[in-house]
Design a binder for this molecule. Structure first.
Ligand SMILES: Cc1ncc(COP(=O)(O)O)c(C=O)c1O
Length: 418
């Protein structure tokens, strides 16, 4: 049967995640995977789960198994409101921060609206923006502090694969996107680059957003995973009137619970509240009570301390392995937190083309070009350092370096034979 006529007009805009495709085909345990954004399973509070579960059953009884409010259970919202020092009415629980991104796209974007973001950009967000047929343009952070600057770089394919050019508004003298509505940004230990925005960049971004009257979606699932350097104020704290701050329990508790939160103006949350009724009625109630007990009892902070120490050690080890094995001409970021670092190979090396042979050799990464809407930067890759057990990291980096070395020597033979 030909099903094509049944699919909606949105379906051709859906973007397939290459990361999820890897997980569909490959047993992660059988390879050295630097591909996904999986936390180290040893950070999951398995030992506490029995006690937590019992406490939820005893304390909340049948309420824990009943439908709950669309905005999330009050106990969890109260804990988040205290932890981040925001009023309760500004806290909405989401069924994962991926849903937080998607619900923002659904509530704020019409087909053809422009989203501004830094490149490389989080793939899950690109998937949501595409699904609602929004156009994505690069936000040149480096230019924002100069009034009149802030134009994107060249045309970027929109949800339908067409090109969209930035437009100039001559009356203000500044360059703006006529249809830009929101900025999407991962300011802390960005997935995929590992880069953190400086206080000056945050301030400039906020001033730009105010000048151009844009909303900001601040997606910060890694904020609590800092291994070095000092905390930098959130963008939300600088511009609470126009920022939606997205948080997640995935990296600080367990991704299997699919829980996150949005902190924003009640007038913005109100439409998200209505939209979420159609999505899932309410976030998972039992999971929310577990998270409330975990967070409220101090177990989250104790666990976080252990996770930070483990991930700091893994980050440092990963960097030392890259230094030991990578050929000259390869460079990488040194993130202060989060789960990823970004590797740049010599020009002409194609990490998409290299991928199958790397996987056949037993090592996985994500090609960097997947994080660019125009598919550029094919000589880059994202490496995760949280998932693989430390004892397996050296063999994995060794294999990856061998693949890169092979690609580099093929590329120089090719150049020499021309
Ligand atoms: C920047 C960013 N936003 C959102 C998410 C999704 O997180 P969650 O598991 O809460 O859906 C991720 C997951 O890797 C991420 O890296």
């Amino acid at each position: 049967m030909d099903y094509s006529r049944f699919f909606s007009d949105d379906v051709p805009s859906f973007l397939r995640s290459p990361v999820r495709e890897i997980f569909r085909k490959v047993d992660l345990a059988s390879i050295y995977s630097f591909a996904g954004g999986y936390p180290d399973a040893s950070t999951f509070p398995l030992a506490e789960m029995e006690g937590l579960t019992r406490r939820v059953v005893e304390k909340y009884g049948a309420r824990a198994l009943q439908y709950g409010g669309t905005q999330g259970v009050t106990e969890l919202r109260e804990i988040i409101s205290r932890r981040y020092d925001v009023p309760l009415e500004r806290v909405q629980i989401t069924t994962s921060s991926q849903q937080g991104i998607d619900v923002c796209a659904r509530v704020f974007l019409n087909p053809g609206d422009v989203v501004l973001t830094t490149y490389p950009a989080y793939l899950g967000a690109l998937q949501s923006f595409r699904a609602y047929r929004a156009a994505v343009h690069r936000l040149p952070l480096e230019d924002l502090s100069t009034p009149g600057q802030g134009q994107g770089e060249g045309p970027i394919a929109d949800g339908r694969g067409r090109s969209e050019r930035s437009e100039r508004s001559s009356d203000s003298g500044s360059t703006v996107y006529r249809r830009a509505k929101l900025i999407y940004i991962v300011p802390d230990f960005c997935n995929p680059s590992g880069v953190t925005m400086s206080p000056e960049e945050r301030q400039a971004l906020v001033e730009f957003a105010r000048r151009e009257d844009l909303l900001i979606v601040e997606d910060s699932p890694y904020r609590e995973l800092r291994y070095s350097g000092t905390d930098i104020p959130t963008i939300y704290s600088l511009a609470p009137e126009r920022t939606l701050h997205l948080g997640s329990f995935s990296k600080i508790f367990a991704p299997g619970f699919r829980l996150g939160w949005i902190i924003a103006e009640p007038a913005l949350l109100e439409q998200i509240f209505v939209c979420k009724q159609a999505l899932d009625l309410c976030p998972p109630v039992f999971d929310q009570y577990l998270a409330a007990e975990f967070m409220g009892s101090g177990a989250l902070d104790r666990n976080l301390k252990r996770s930070i120490s483990l991930y700091r050690d893994k980050r440092d080890y990963m960097v030392s392995l890259l230094e030991k094995y990578m050929p000259t001409g390869v460079s990488w970021t040194h993130p202060d937190g989060g789960l990823f670092l970004w590797v740049t190979l010599p020009e002409g090396i194609d990490t998409v083309a290299m991928y199958d042979s790397a996987l056949a050799a037993g090592v996985a990464y994500v090609a960097g070009s997947f994080f660019f809407p125009d598919g550029s930067h094919r000589n880059t890759m994202r490496l995760n350092f949280s998932y693989l057990a430390k004892e397996r990291m050296e063999a994995g980096v060794h294999l990856l370096a061998a693949e890169i070395n092979r690609a580099v020597s093929c590329s120089s033979q090719h150049v020499n034979s021309q």
